[in-house]
Structure formats: C-alpha cells, structure tokens
Design a protein around this ligand. Structure first.
Ligand code: GLN
Length: 361
C-alpha cells in the first residue's frame, strides 16, 4: 500500500506503508545508528516522535524481545530506506514488520532517507504525517495543530512504586520513561532500587531513606515538568543525585540553569563526547532534542562533558553538593558500553566520596 510522508514545511515523500496501517502524526527526527533499531523503537524518550534511520537497511537481525528497553514500542512512526524481509540471527523471534503490526506502529519504507535527513538538518526537526490517503491542506493543518506531546512523561512513567532486589546501595529512581538498561546497570553495581512515578512528592521519596537518587531519561520538553524541578530542588544536598538525559536537563533547571531546543537534536549511538575531568573522548549513545544553555550557567556548576561535534553541554556537576548529570546515555542500549564508568562515579558519590576532588584535580 502507498504511503505519503507530509512534512510541516510542505515537502512530501512517496513510499510504501508497512507495519500497522493507520495514519500517524508526530515530530520527525533522525537517528544515525547503524544498528539498535529495537532499542530505538522501545526507548520511551521517543514518545510522540516519528523516527527515520539514516542507515539504509533496517531489520536484518529481526526482533528478539530480550533487547526491549520498555515493554512496547513507543515511537509514533518509523521510516526506513529499505526493510529487510528475511531477517537472520540466532536470537531472532520475529521480523520487524510483524512486531510493528502487533504493536500498532505505522511504518514506511522506500523513501530517500538521506534527502529527508538533509531537510531536517537544514530546517530543524518538524512535525510530519504518514498518510494513507490524500489530505486537503485544511486537514493537514488541522492534524498538525492538534498534535501535542506535553503529557508524554506521565503517559510512560510507572503508575505504581515498585522495587528491584539488590544487596548494595539503595537508589530511589524517578521514572520519567526509564530505559530498562539504566535499571540493569544499577543492579549490576549491586544496587537495590525503588522506582517511583514521575510526579512523586519529595516526602514519599525520602520515606524509603535511599542512599541516592537517579533521575531518568524521558520524552518531551523538560520545561513541561515544573513540579519535578521543585522536587529536585528539595532533594539537592539531601541525597546524592545522578541525572541522565531528561534527568540531566531537569537537574540543570533545578540548579538555576536553562534549557533550549536544538535545531535537529542528537540521536544515534556514535556521538563523540569529551570528559573534561579525565580529558578522554568517549563514543556515546544519544537521544535528545533539548540541551542545557551554555550562556546561563549558574556559578556553582561546572561543565564536565562537551559534545565534540557541536560543543554543546553534555554533562555537569555541582561544585560542592553531591549532584551530577550527563546528557547522553551511559547505559548505552544501543551503543558502546564505555560510559559505564559514570555509574561507578555515582556509586562513589553514594559512598560519600566527593566529585569535588576530581573537579579541582
Ligand atoms: N533521552 C532523553 O531523556 C531525552 C530528553 C528530552 N526529551 C530531549 O529530547 O531532549
């Protein structure tokens, strides 16, 4: 069946529909990973977004449910140059098309994804519709106008508090749409976890007397969560805090910093970042459209990481309080595992060691 991608700037692409055949609207963004499409599809931070992969052949190792980052795919739509019809991998349980169909995700193949990515790079991320029939200009405008992603975090955060076993430090996790591998990474360090819904008040979190707080990744604009910013302000200095991606942006706002939207974001598992504390470059996994503003840096904040491609802020730490965060994904999934050392930093912080020595060294 024919499908048309209609972009907000009026450009259209004709291709073939696959997956679940139902018109969809979302923010169109591109991901530069050559692999990792299962993790991308199920990362809750993509809620509300239609993702196009820049790598041209997608689906060649199929789907294995063990690699999901949440129970179901969260993307609003998926666009590929070429879909592999005969996947082959020893862990493969089903093909991409079957998986998308089962989970009601509309997808499209056969378009020039390089041309699409160039449009997004030059004009910035924009809304798009994957349509299965002709739409009038008024219908198109109406669909764009009625699309909103402001309640994304609430839709993907856990509804109930739950615990995960561990013999070591007890971490209170604020779930804004957490990727499973953040939980697994903390459990590998021996942590016991209590996972809270995004809007849990401070007293409830402190009631379990955690050794530290993890602020998770999640979808949307950090400024849509002023309540959470207030909660983090109350937790600052009371417990060690580690923020990842949306968690980093929320920590930045709590510390008096500001955030802004990037033109086309950073998405992929091949983004170079420099750690300014140990002077090393790491290849990181990223998925974000917003970033902390460099020109309004609060005095007591130090920049710990920068993006090597565009020099944007990728990590911060408080000079005296036990709180730090990174804009990228140290848990990878998908991507290189070399950033696991940041979980070790958090472990050290929970043992009472200060990052300050590393900062002033
Ligand atoms: N992965 C994330 O946590 C994304 C954070 C935020 N939604 C952004 O796009 O910048």
């Amino acid at each position: 069946m024919k499908a048309t991608l209609i972009l907000e700037n009026g450009k259209t692409f004709q291709g073939k529909a696959f997956g679940y055949l139902k018109e969809t609207v979302g923010e169109v963004v591109f991901n530069t990973g050559m692999t990792g499409y299962q993790e991308v599809l199920t990362d809750p931070s993509y809620t509300g977004q239609i993702v196009t992969m820049t790598y041209p052949l997608i689906g060649n190792y199929g789907i294995n449910l063990g690699d999901r980052e949440s129970r179901t795919p969260k993307v609003k739509g998926f666009i590929v140059r070429e879909r592999a019809e005969m996947p082959n991998h020893w862990r493969c349980e089903m093909d991409l098309e079957g998986y998308l169909k089962e989970n009601k995700i509309m997808a499209m193949e056969g378009i020039d994804t390089r041309a699409l990515t160039k449009i997004l790079r030059n004009n910035g991320s924009m809304k798009g519709i994957i349509a299965l029939r002709d739409l009038t200009p008024a219908q198109i405008q109406n669909k764009f106008d009625s699309f909103s992603n402001t309640n994304a975090v609430e839709s993907v955060s856990t509804k109930e508090v739950y615990e995960l076993e561990g013999k070591g430090k007890h971490v209170a996790v604020l779930d804004f749409g957490i990727k499973q591998n953040i939980l697994r990474s903390l459990q590998h360090k021996g942590c016991r976890l209590t996972v809270f819904p995004a809007l849990t008040p401070t007293e409830e979190i402190l009631k379990v007397n955690p050794d530290g707080i993890l602020l998770s990744n999640g979808p949307g604009d950090p400024k849509d969560l002023p309540q959470v910013v207030e909660t983090i302000k109350e937790l600052l200095g009371v417990k060690p805090i580690f923020g990842i991606c949306l968690g980093h942006q929320l920590l930045a706002l709590s510390l008096g910093g500001d955030t802004e939207k990037l033109k086309f974001g950073h998405r992929g598992c091949n983004h170079p970042v420099k750690d300014l504390l140990n002077k090393r470059i790491y290849i990181t996994s990223q998925n974000h459209g917003y970033v902390m503003k460099a020109d309004q840096l609060p005095e007591d904040i130090i920049i710990t990481h920068v993006n090597v491609n565009d020099q944007t802020i990728e990590g911060i730490a408080h000079r005296t309080l036990p709180a730090f965060s990174v804009q990228f994904h140290p848990e990878a999934a998908p991507g290189p595992k070399e950033n696991d050392y940041l979980f070790d930093r958090f472990m050290k912080m929970m043992k009472g060691e200060s990052l300050c020595q590393e900062i002033t060294a």
